[in-house]
Design a protein around this ligand. Sequence first.
Ligand code: SF4
Length: 239
Amino acid sequence: MSNVTLTIDGQTVSVPAGTTILQAAQSIGAEIPAICYHEACTPNALCRNCVVEVEGARVLVASCVAQVAANMVVYTRSPRVERSRRTILEMLASAVDLSEAPDIQRMMQEYSADAQRFPQAERREIPLIDDNPMYVRDYSKCILCWRCVQVCADDAQFTFAINFSGRGYETTIGTFFGKPMPATTCVFCGQCVGVCPTGALKPKSEWLLEQGLSIDQVFAATRQERTGAEKRTRTWRRA
Ligand code: SF4
């Protein structure tokens, strides 16, 4: 494959054609923050935190999906880029509980984002869903990054148990027809929990420990539920 030469932050870079701007920047140690991007998932340019400025481009460019081009001139941290990232972080903080999202908190510090900038914003307050023995779902902490859906689908597990649900501000991640997780195709592989960057998905045992239960109580509670869930799954499969 032929190489493409471009400039990133004043540095000349030569990378194979088809490389994304994000990968090219990483190859020279330029750090571009990204929230929805995960190396195990297909990039989808949802969070817009990885935007960069490209000379001649009308709008900022999502570097996780935009490919390099010959003689491209890229700025990964211009004032315009910084302002955009800061605003996105501030909007996230205005509506979502980021208390268990350490990477995003670090970004907020780095970009001097003010979590109180939009005090009138309506917060996403959604009751926690505890419907299975393996993990809980707290969509008040969900930033809709799509990672869990991707690993549940064709980026990893091919199970397709979850997807976007609702429209606009009401959008959440959900199951088909809002079914409880044991009644879906979920196989409880845990990959969604593993890629969630905000604590919206959390192992049930961890959550129960946080609620003050002892290890024995956690074990007893989840064992009881596991048995119940297995029975429910068997019934559902026979139906
Ligand atoms: S639950 Fe977690 S991984 Fe899934 S979309 Fe929300 S923040 Fe992303």
